[in-house]
Design a protein around this ligand. Structure first.
Ligand SMILES: Nc1nc2c(c(=O)[nH]1)N[C@H]1C(S)=C(S)[C@@H](COP(=O)(O)OP(=O)(O)OC[C@H]3O[C@@H](n4cnc5c(=O)[nH]c(N)nc54)[C@H](O)[C@@H]3O)O[C@H]1N2
Ligand SMILES: Nc1nc2c(c(=O)[nH]1)N[C@H]1C(S)=C(S)[C@@H](COP(=O)(O)OP(=O)(O)OC[C@H]3O[C@@H](n4cnc5c(=O)[nH]c(N)nc54)[C@H](O)[C@@H]3O)O[C@H]1N2
Ligand code: SF4
Ligand SMILES: [Mo]
Length: 580
């Protein structure tokens, strides 16, 4: 049987079987996949791909494209060359290009577009962000789904939610919110205050886990000072959550095994790291770490404990969300679509127009390939060797090459070609790199290789901070005022994986806005304007409008800013108003 793993940026990291007819199906033996794939891989064989290399609009042979790339690099100052890698394929071997570009001396990026702010906050408290697997969640009594749209983005979590009490905290009435026992349609950006409100009330109700706090935590007194120093009325006002609702949540979880599944929604703001730290602190107060059926999961660190052959050693790194392509003579863009996915599309386009030479190395044509001088076709995940780690569960996915193709070049081949041309030391073999990744901290589980750190409840023995204890949070900085009318949310959808596959640019608006399907509306964020076609959506709060995050216009009005910590994108930092 030809088995591999899904390469896409997704919690589930499904185990995948390539059938004789070229169609993919789910692997029934895999404890998480259980035979089911989602829309993306079920339709993978139908997706058109970049078939030929293209130079200045004309199709050329791959060899010529590589020659052009080499000649350009040879004649450039490495500090004027940018290496930019997106998350179109999360296989570890995708980063092998870094080996060449670091050696060459190119500028690289730091931070990212996704979970970086939140992860920073988690690491401050716990030392490492270990995944909360469906295998743990299935033992919970209550699950809090906090700014994660599990039915769309994490569908293989579903069986573990069956029969549990469900609390959903999301400004939209998502499908999972419709099934919840309690849905808090929270005001965007206010999760920090809800976490503090719940912590304060839980402490007043003596729900804290005294033994856990004494033995396994640091800084609890400072946390209490912060809680007690903020009037409850302020926490209620800032979160928009009443004492009744907070009380209902606490009654539902008191004395229960509770898992909290957090998504990126809560941390697309400048203070994103503090939001995750506050949610973690609420969980630690209740003693929810290291116990059966308990924990807090996020877009966790899939690589924790594994070998890291491609850790960046670039001499210069610039923040990814605000990178200015205009600063570079060569922008080498691999596996990403910054034109539609980086914040502030107008600024990104301006930068790419200024960049003297833009290389796009990818699988599909997109808004970024349209602006590239040189397009190099990639191989699909079925046509190259790789290994996939998961940010949502413990299992390692091996990705052997399953078929040949005349189209494209793999990341390893491209890196080897360039290293040879420049006379650099030869790359290790692919097997050596893959063995280096999986060669440590792994054990067999359910017939698959799994991370040693996730075989039992994460943090059962220790936290990974210097003190080996959980560090409660004590301060945050959230000075924020924006008088504009609407929060502009961007959410994931089932037919696209970020900008890959099928997406659209309709603006979802609440019926209270008084428009009809098909109307157009122009929005401004104070600096830029953009026109959208409207679709009514009764799952939204009256102060929220929403786009799909992979759309061409998703970032026309998002700000070119980074989070206070972690160099993360802050897509929802600005509100928007209607241009009338
Ligand atoms: N089908 C599909 N699956 C995917 C992806 C995809 O594009 N398509 N993308 C993958 C990637 S890269 C990632 S990072 C994950 C992300 O997975 P999720 O975190 O689930 O993704 P989002 O849809 O961005 O956000 C989840 C929810 O946050 C809510 N939200 C927005 N703002 C706030 C807020 O201030 N507070 C609270 N409490 N909630 C808020 C939104 O309404 C949304 O329902 O999904 C992965 N899986
Ligand atoms: N407004 C707004 N914008 C967002 C978000 C949001 O919530 N709101 N979410 C953000 C998040 S969470 C993320 S993770 C980013 C993702 O943003 P990007 O990292 O830009 O990812 P994709 O849009 O998936 O683009 C991936 C590209 O990779 C290419 N690709 C796929 N497989 C391979 C391969 O094997 N090799 C090579 N060389 N190329 C390949 C595909 O052709 C595709 O065009 O977007 C972010 N953008
Ligand atoms: S995108 Fe996620 S759910 Fe879909 S096949 Fe890949 S890993 Fe599974
Ligand atoms: Mo992401």
């Amino acid at each position: 049987m030809k088995t591999t793993a899904c390469p896409l940026d997704c919690f589930d990291s499904c185990s995948v079987i390539l059938q004789e007819n070229g169609i993919l199906k789910g692997d029934k033996n895999h404890p998480i996949t259980k035979g089911f794939l989602c829309h993306h891989l079920n339709n993978y064989h139908k997706i058109p791909r970049v078939e030929k290399a293209i130079y200045k609009g004309k199709e050329i042979e791959l060899d010529e494209a590589l020659e052009i790339l080499y000649a350009r690099l040879r004649n450039s100052n490495p500090l004027k060359v940018l290496y930019y890698k997106g998350s179109g394929n999360l296989g570890v071997m995708q980063s092998v290009t870094r080996v060449f570009f670091d050696r060459y001396g190119a500028v690289s990026t730091k931070g990212g577009l996704c979970e970086e702010a939140g992860i920073y906050g988690i690491e401050e408290g716990r030392g490492a962000a270990l995944a909360l697997s469906p295998n743990i969640v299935k033992h919970s009594d209550v699950v809090i789904v906090w700014g994660r749209n599990t039915s769309i983005t994490n569908s293989h979590m579903f069986p573990s939610l069956k029969g549990k009490k469900l609390i959903v905290i999301d400004p939209r009435k998502t499908d999972i919110a419709k099934r919840a026992d309690i849905h808090v349609a929270i005001k965007p950006r206010s999760d920090l205050y809800l976490a503090m409100l719940l912590s304060r009330l839980a402490y007043m109700e003596q729900m804290e886990d005294v033994e856990f706090i004494e033995k396994r935590c640091e800084n609890f007194d400072y946390f209490l000072d912060e809680l007690n120093g903020t009037p409850i009325v302020k926490l209620m006002q800032n979160s928009g959550v009443s004492l009744d609702v907070a009380g209902e949540i606490l009654s539902m979880i008191e004395g229960k095994k509770v898992s909290i599944l957090v998504g990126i929604g809560v941390q697309k703001y400048s203070h994103g790291h503090s939001v995750l730290r506050a949610i973690d602190s609420f969980a630690a107060l209740l003693g929810l770490f290291g116990k059966e059926g308990c924990g807090v999961g996020f877009i966790d660190d899939s690589s924790y404990g594994f070998g890291k052959p491609f850790a960046s050693c670039a001499q210069k790194r610039v923040s990814m969300p605000t990178v200015d392509f205009g600063d570079y003579d060569i922008s080498f863009i691999q596996g990403g679509n910054p034109v539609s996915q980086l914040p502030c599309t107008p600024r990104v386009k301006e930068g790419l127009q200024k960049s003297k030479f833009v290389v796009y190395f990818g699988l599909h044509h997109n808004e970024t390939s349209k602006m590239a001088d040189l397009i190099i076709p990639a191989k699909t995940f079925l046509e190259k060797e790789d290994i996939k780690l998961s940010y949502g569960h413990e299992y390692v996915g091996f990705m052997p090459k399953l078929k040949d193709s005349k189209i494209g070049i793999s990341e390893y081949e491209l890196s080897s070609y360039l290293a040879d041309k420049f006379g650099y030391e030869k790359l290790k073999s692919q097997k050596e790199y893959i063995d280096e990744v999986s060669g440590q901290n792994c054990a067999k589980k359910d017939g698959f290789l799994a991370s040693k750190y996730l075989l039992d409840s994460p943090y059962k023995e220790k936290f990974y901070t210097d003190s080996e204890k959980f560090e409660f949070f004590d301060e945050y900085d959230d000075e924020y005022e924006d008088e504009r009318e609407f929060y502009l949310l961007a959410v994931k959808q089932n037919r696209s994986l970020n900008s890959q596959f099928y997406t659209d640019d309709f603006l979802r608006v609440p019926p209270s806005i008084g428009l009809n399907d098909g109307d157009s509306i122009k929005l401004t964020n104070g600096a830029y304007e953009c026109e959208y076609e409207v679709r009514l959506d009764d799952t939204l709060r009256d102060d929220c409008i929403a786009l799909y995050s992979g759309g061409v216009k998703a970032n026309m009005l998002t700000p070119s800013l980074v989070s206070q910590e972690g160099d993360g994108a802050v897509y929802q930092e600005l509100k928007v108003s209607v241009v009338r």
